[in-house]
Design a protein around this ligand. Sequence first.
Ligand code: MF3
Ligand code: CO
Length: 250
Amino acid sequence: MIVCKSAAELEKMRAAGRALARVLEAVATKVAPGVTTLELEAVAEKEIAAAGAQPAFKGYRGYPCVLCTSVNEEIIHGIPSERKLQRGDLVSIDVGVKLDGFYADGATTVALQPVEPETARLVAVTREALALGVAQARAGGYLADISAAIQQHVEAAGFNVVREFVGHGIGTALHEEPTVPNYVAPGKGRGPRLAAGMVLAIEPMVTTGSPEVKIRPDRWTAVTADGGIAAHFEHTVAVTENGPWILTQP
Ligand code: MF3
Ligand code: CO
């Protein structure tokens, strides 16, 4: 069952989303050569507390941190560590918060300049794919419109969308129905019809090479099977009568 949120609930989710945007911005600003991903974790922890919010990821199925920091061939769920970021690295930062009973989930990818032109293009295409997916979060449309918009843009650019991980509904739980794939499965139909009050975490994960995934022995970090790099952007988006409302917009 897809839970639709009332106007008052959406206002609460917007407050959570706004808090999340501030956390993500503070962390992204801190990214620089020589900074460890654990230092990013510390910034996030402090900003979440300052917002009066709770971290959504720490303790979720035993996940140890408030942030996921995924570098280069790491796609998602990278665990912050003493690893120092370097010029040329691509780091995706994923964070979730809970405020006043509601969750927000968001991610961004930051390139440590100078990066290869292909890396810069991957970041741009993934960011655009998210925007195109968000634009399809319309009442009366179908879930697969979102998936198709993302997949088409990514594949037209010569990149690939990851299949193993998907976006999701979000609200009083971090993960609610429906799942929000970044691809369309032929013959599987257009998915549920979108209605005002639905809230979706839309999160394209895009690879330069094969989209096939491996999990590291830490049992969290998802990496590309072929060692190609990956980018990840995510917004929490409400479907409204007036179109998509990006709750995690700054
Ligand atoms: N954005 C990811 C998701 O929606 C992050 C989850 S990380 C976890 O699943 F640690 F909470 F699992
Ligand atoms: Co998510």
